[in-house]
Structure formats: C-alpha cells, structure tokens
Design a protein around this ligand. Structure first.
Ligand SMILES: Cc1cc2nc3c(=O)[nH]c(=O)nc-3n(C[C@H](O)[C@H](O)[C@H](O)COP(=O)(O)OP(=O)(O)OC[C@H]3O[C@@H](n4cnc5c(N)ncnc54)[C@H](O)[C@@H]3O)c2cc1C
Length: 358
C-alpha cells in the first residue's frame, strides 16, 4: 500500500475513535479538546511537515479532519502551519519540538483590532531592552489564544516588521471572543503589556517574510479545511437522500436533487486539483486562486447539502448545520476573498504579457 493511502487509512481510524465522539461537544460547549491535541501531537498529526510529510499530504489530513470537525482541523492548522512550521523554517528554536508533540500550544499573532486585511499597518511595537525586546500592543482573533503557552508575534521594531516568540506570562492577558463557528478553538483578543523576549524568529526587519510564509501555507491549509467541510456535508446529504422518502419517492430518485449534487461535486473536483498544484508551486497566483475558489465552492456545497436535508439540515446535531457555520470562516481567515482578489489582480496587472495562462 502506498505511503499516503496508509496514512489516510490510519488517520480515518483515529478520527472515528478519537475525533468524531467529541465533535459535537467541542462545538456546543465551545470546548477546547486539550487531550486530543496531545494525542494528535504524539501521532504526528499536529505537525505533519515536521514529520517528513509534504504540504499536500498535510492537506489530506486536514480534509479528513474537517469532514468530521472544522474546529479540530482549524486547531491543527493554527498549531502546525501558522506557528510550528514557520518557526522551524526561520529559526532553530527548540520550542518547535514541544509544539510539534502537542506538549505546548501555540498562537499566531498577526491581526490586530486596527488591521486585519491591512496587516502591514499593525501597531504592536518591539522596543529594544537589554539583550532583548519589550513587546507592547494588542492582537485580535488569535486562534488557540486562550490556551496558548507561546505566541509567534509580528511586531514593529526599529528595523521594521519583525517576528518574535513570546511566552505566556503575567504581561500577556487574554480575552475570549465568542464566534459563530469553529467553536472550541480558543479565539482570543491578546493584550501584550511590555512582554520581554530575547527570541526573534528570522532576521530583524524581515518579519513579513515569516508572516507571508505562514499565510501562504496557511491559505493552502484552510482551503483543504473548506473542502473537507463540503465533503462531509455532501456525504451526509447523500446518505439522507438515499433514505428519505418524499411524495412516494426517495429523494435521491429526483433528478433535480442529483443535479444539485452533481453541480457542486464537479466544482469540488476542480478545487481539489487546484489544491494539488498550489500546494507544490506555492505561487501567489495559484494559492490565492485556490483560497478564493475553494472557500466559495465549499460554502455553496454546504448550502446545497443543507437544502437537500430540508429542516433536518437546519437542526443542531447534524454535521451540515455545524459545517454551514464553520465554512463561513474560510472566506475570511488567513486573508479574505477581497484580499485574494487583490493579490490575483496585482499579479495580472504586473504580468500582463504572462504566457502562463493566456
Ligand atoms: C475565527 C477567526 C480566527 C482567526 N485566527 C487568526 C489567527 O490565528 N491569527 C491572526 O493573526 N488572525 C486571525 N484571524 C483574523 C483574520 O485573518 C482577519 O479577520 C482577516 O484577515 C480580515 O481582517 P479584519 O477582520 O480586520 O477585516 P478588515 O480588514 O477590517 O476587512 C473588512 C472587510 O473589508 C474588506 N476589505 C479590506 N480591504 C479591502 C480592499 N482593499 N478592497 C476591498 N475590500 C477590502 C475585507 O475583505 C472585508 O470584507 C482570525 C479571524 C477569525 C474570524
């Protein structure tokens, strides 16, 4: 059996035993599954790239997780792709091993109350103090922020945007942000009140390179999450349509119902090939196109699944109801639709003679 097939088979078994039974509780109770995160770390699922897997294989893991729980998939994305992998790429900080194994939790702090899409205008400052820096400012929407032990923080130093590792201590306060979907992921507003650190990640003034790398692989990762959410819902709707009888017919026997599914399945298959390409090239054009297309197609697919299930799709306790809320984030987090269009538009403006696509 091929390496990837074996990986997915073992993962599916793990998800059935360990993730599926918790998915509903994580969402309803806004409950962070700390022990599950540790188990994922022990098995290498928390940091696949650090365990020798490619970004594409990481995406297959995310897709499987998201079929069952968008929240657990987002936790993997935050810990693995937004924090651990960028720290590994730009430093030899030994915190990577603890993050990779799930012994400690990490948060990625780029967005601020002032600035999400306009991330280069952030206000958090890093002021030189002795052999290190004091970090002062606020970070907004940090996934795992409520539970994180360490934070990868992007701040303005004298040299320009720079990345730092900041440990949780009395100087760092967190406030819970209640969100619509992907609940139980510890979304937080952070207040950094002169937190001292001597650990920079990458070179001073080169923090945007760190953030950009995190966002690039993060955008591919969140696209995989959107696909998994769509597939989980479509599967649920298909199962429903095969056993629900309406007007003396099983729903699946109506051509109109099958056309709904055929329409979104064809788009999902196109998204999946785009993901294969973007996870290797990592070019701005392919990654932003993937992020824009996958999140919109997946939202449409979850909506179709909900419609097919009728009232049942609107009811708590169905995968589709949860995915309907979870999938909405994928058009916002790690760069909105509009930001992706700006990136694609900038490429087209600057490369009008490109033969790559015309
Ligand atoms: C649940 C959740 C988890 C998150 N996790 C993290 C995390 O772990 N770490 C982190 O750093 N951030 C995180 N984020 C933040 C996320 O990346 C931002 O919300 C996102 O980048 C948008 O920023 P904003 O919310 O400030 O919206 P704004 O930047 O205020 O944008 C508002 C609207 O205006 C549009 N817009 C902005 N500029 C333009 C323009 N030039 N042209 C046209 N339209 C424009 C936007 O697309 C959007 O529709 C998370 C967000 C959520 C909701």
């Amino acid at each position: 059996m091929q390496e990837t097939e074996l990986l997915i088979e073992n993962l599916r078994d793990f998800i059935l035993r360990e993730v599926e039974p918790l998915a509903e509780k994580i969402d309803r109770e806004d409950w962070y599954p700390r022990d599950l995160v540790r188990k994922m770390g022990e098995l290498g699922y928390l940091d696949p790239m650090g365990n020798g897997l490619s970004l594409y294989q990481t995406c297959l893991i995310l897709e499987e997780l998201a079929k069952v729980s968008g929240s657990v998939a987002l936790i993997q994305d935050a810990q693995g792709e937004l924090v651990t992998e960028p720290i590994r790429k730009f430093s030899n900080n030994d915190v990577v091993d603890e993050l990779s194994s799930g012994k400690i939790i990490g948060g990625f702090g780029l967005s601020e109350p002032c600035c999400g899409s306009d991330a280069k205008s952030i206000k958090t400052k890093a002021e030189k103090d002795g052999g290190g820096w004091r970090i002062t400012g606020e970070k907004m929407w940090t996934t795992q922020g409520l539970y994180a032990d360490v934070f990868l923080i992007i701040a303005k130093a004298d040299e320009g945007l720079s990345a730092f590792l900041v440990r949780k201590s009395d100087c760092l306060k967190t406030e819970k942000i209640e969100v619509m979907g992907n609940r139980g992921t510890g979304t937080a507003h952070l207040f950094l009140e002169g937190c001292w650190t001597d650990q920079k990640i990458g070179n001073l003034g080169k923090g945007w390179e760190v953030a950009k790398y995190a966002l690039t692989i993060g955008r591919v990762a969140i696209s995989a999450i959107s696909i998994g959410l769509a597939e989980g819902s479509i599967q649920e709707a298909l199962d429903w349509a095969r056993q629900r009888e309406v007007m003396s017919q099983l729903l699946i026997n109506y051509q109109g119902i099958r056309w709904y599914i055929a329409d979104v399945m064809s788009k999902l298959l196109a998204v999946k090939s785009l993901l294969k390409d973007a996870s290797v090239t990592l070019s701005d054009l392919s990654v932003s196109s993937l992020k824009l297309f996958s999140s919109n197609v997946s939202q449409e697919a979850v909506d179709v699944a909900l419609q097919i299930m009728g009232g049942m799709g609107y009811a708590k306790g169905t995968k589709t109801e949860r995915a309907y809320r979870d999938v909405r984030l994928t058009r916002i987090g790690e760069g909105t639709d509009e930001v992706q269009k700006n990136i694609i538009g900038k490429y087209l403006k600057e490369n009008h003679r490109s033969t790559q696509f015309f």
